[in-house]
Structures are given as structure tokens and as C-alpha cells.
Design a protein around this ligand. Structure first.
Ligand SMILES: *Cc1c(COP(=O)(O)O)cnc(C)c1O
Length: 361
């Protein structure tokens, strides 16, 4: 018997979500974002599924790209933040990666480099998020330098990133689109702006390339229900099992800090999953948990390796019964709301200790 805690990955759901993205953005090419270990799902197994479907993949850094190339992924791979020093340019060229250029220093590294082959470049424009990208007044000059640079291959993709596309009526997003469209008017080349929320909720921002990440893993980036997110299927199920059961009398406390006190005689199930498995320590008393497919609630503070759950209302719970922390029937975003975080963070933080069990269903 091994510890029952595992992250089950439903690759059929992944393909389904990809198909939904393709259907919603039929005129755009798709660059599937698999950074941060594919949002915690396991970069290589996810990339192996997506590589034949997507036009390209995207990662945050060269180490992530190296792991994919090492695993046999031959698709185009974009480095979303470009390179972090001049030496990485040689590696990027050897691995045949696509480069983001978002700053003067990256531009200079590229201009001064002697890469084995020229690299495809995406020029990132800061249209209002103010995190990365070339300022609007320098965009034309940066574009011209790239066109003139012998180390930049082929067409230059113009791209930007939205700060608030998860708000369905956002003046910020409309303003960013206006700035982006004005900048691009004079500069030929494919355009890209849409992350998952823009792909799902802002069709006018699809342009030539969409860049979905989160939605491919089956989760909604919106706080409210949306017709385009209803069909998403969660790829990850974080599952565990009941390993101990006890009855506590009314007034007895459970867990560290004695933060939960039984309001009535209660049945408490101990489940072998904790913050050492990526279940958020901030999850409050009352956070929903599925026990045998039925909703129970967290009772007491999350420990490193265990949680305690009030199963009083569920008859017949036994040691060994299945517990789902998030997955079908309980979205990771619902859990995240009880921990003042986002589902993005929760899936990404599931550590290597949790075995990934791949199902194709
Ligand atoms: C992470 C990232 C994405 C994907 O965002 P999601 O909200 O997960 O779809 C797209 N573009 C860039 C530049 C990113 O860094």
C-alpha cells in the first residue's frame, strides 16, 4: 500500500479543452502555454499531448525549454520572457527556440550575438500592463531594429499582454487593445494578445495568435459563470483518502491552534494530504472537500501532511474512502477562494512529492 495522495491527470480532458480553444478562436493560431511545469500538471506529459495539436508551445525560461527538447518535443517553443543573459542566446539558437524581445538590453544581446542560426522573434509591447515590453513610443524603432538584425529570422510577431482580461467589462482591456491596434497599424506582421480570459471572453482580441494556458487545464479564469467556460473539463484531480476516523464531542477542538470547535457531536475524518502536497494552508474552516463524491468541509487547520474533515453529515464514511480536494465536481478555483488565492497558484504549487498519475480515459 502506498500513500493514496496523487494528482490524476486526465489527458482526454486536456485535448477536449484544446479543441474548445480552437473552436472559439478559429482564425487564430494557438501557442499553448506550458510554463511552470505546465501549471503543475507535468510539463512533458502535457507537452506530448499538446505538441501535435498546437502550432507552438510557450515556456517561461530556457531550462523549461531544454526539458521539453530533452523529452523529444520538436514543436516551436517560445521563451515568453526571452533570454536572461547573452549566453542564453546561443543555447536558444541551438535548441531552435523562439525569442521574446521586450527590452533594450535583450535587443542589444541579439544584435551583438553570433548565434548558430537566426531566431524567430516576438516583439513584446507594453500597452498598459507595465510589467514587461517596449514602451509605445519606442515600438517602431525596436521593430525596425529587429527587421534589420541578421540574427532575427523571418516575420516578427507583435505581442502584448492584458492586465485585466478576466474582467468581462474592462476599460483597461479596451484601452490596451486600442493602443496595441494603433501601434500595429504601421508595423506589418502577425499579432498576439489573448491569454485564456481574452480567448474566452474577448473575441476582438484574438488576432493572429492566441496564447491559452489556464483554460487548457480545464479551469475558468473568470470569477463568474460564463457560457464559454461551462464546457471546460478539469485535467487535474488532486485526490487522497481517509486514513483515520474519530468521533468528537460538542465543544472539542480539532487540529493545530484549536481553531475549529465541534458545534455538535461530530465525526472527523483525517485525510493524508496537506500543504506539503500543495493543499493551501490558508484554506479556511468550511472549505469544501469531496468525500465519496459528496461535499464535506474542512475542520481545523491544514497540517503539512494531513487535513481533518467534518464528515458528520455523510453516512458510512470508512477508512480508505476516496477524497477529492479538487477536480470534477469541485473546481480548484472554488477551493482557492476559501484560501484567498487563485486556482493558477494551487495547481502550480503541487510539488514533486505528489505522484502524477496519467489517465487517458
Ligand atoms: C502565462 C502567459 C499566458 C497564458 O495565460 P493564461 O491566463 O494562463 O491563459 C499568455 N501569455 C503570456 C505572456 C503569459 O506569460
Amino acid at each position: 500500500m502506498t500513500r493514496p495522495t496523487q494528482a490524476r491527470l486526465n489527458l482526454r480532458a486536456l485535448r477536449h479543452n484544446f479543441a474548445l480553444a480552437a473552436q472559439l478562436a478559429p482564425r487564430s493560431r494557438i501557442i499553448a502555454v506550458v510554463k511552470a511545469n505546465a501549471y503543475g500538471h507535468g510539463a512533458l506529459s502535457i507537452a506530448c499531448q499538446l505538441a501535435p495539436l498546437a502550432d507552438a508551445l510557450a515556456v517561461a525560461c530556457i531550462e523549461e525549454a531544454q526539458a521539453l527538447r530533452g523529452g523529444g518535443i520538436a514543436s516551436p517553443i517560445l521563451l515568453l520572457q526571452g533570454v536572461f543573459d547573452a549566453a542564453e542566446l546561443d543555447t536558444a539558437a541551438q535548441l531552435d527556440l523562439w525569442l521574446t524581445i521586450d527590452s533594450e538590453r535583450q535587443m542589444q544581446w541579439l544584435e551583438r550575438a553570433k548565434p548558430a542560426a537566426p531566431l524567430h522573434c516576438w516583439l513584446k509591447l507594453d500597452t498598459g500592463m507595465h510589467r514587461l515590453g517596449v514602451a509605445p513610443q519606442r515600438a517602431t524603432q525596436a521593430y525596425r531594429r529587429l527587421v534589420a538584425c541578421p540574427n532575427a529570422a523571418g516575420e516578427i510577431v507583435l505581442f502584448t499582454h492584458f492586465a485585466a482580461a478576466d474582467e468581462l467589462d474592462s476599460a483597461q482591456t479596451r484601452a490596451q487593445m486600442a493602443v496595441f491596434e494603433e501601434l500595429c497599424e504601421a508595423l506589418p506582421g502577425p499579432r498576439s494578445a489573448a491569454n485564456s480570459p481574452a480567448l474566452l471572453g474577448w473575441p476582438a482580441a484574438h488576432y493572429d495568435w492566441v496564447r491559452p494556458g489556464y483554460m487548457l487545464y480545464g479551469n475558468s479564469p473568470f470569477r463568474q459563470p460564463h457560457p464559454n467556460t461551462a464546457a471546460l473539463q478539469p485535467v487535474m484531480t488532486l485526490a487522497s483518502a481517509v486514513t483515520s476516523l474519530r468521533d468528537v464531542a460538542a465543544g472539542e477542538a480539532v487540529g493545530y491552534g484549536a481553531t475549529w470547535v465541534a458545534p455538535r457531536a461530530s465525526r472527523i475524518a483525517t485525510v493524508t494530504v496537506g500543504y506539503g502536497d500543495g493543499y493551501p494552508r490558508q484554506a479556511r474552516n468550511g472549505t469544501p472537500v469531496l468525500v465519496n463524491g459528496r461535499r464535506a468541509t474542512l475542520a481545523g487547520r491544514v497540517s503539512m501532511d494531513m487535513i481533518t474533515v467534518d464528515v458528520t453529515a455523510i453516512p458510512g464514511v470508512a477508512v480508505g474512502d476516496e477524497v477529492v480536494l479538487w477536480g470534477p465536481g469541485l473546481t480548484v478555483d472554488e477551493v482557492a477562494a476559501y484560501a484567498d488565492t487563485s486556482g493558477y497558484e494551487l495547481t502550480t504549487r503541487v510539488p514533486a512529492r505528489v505522484p502524477r498519475v496519467v489517465t487517458v480515459e
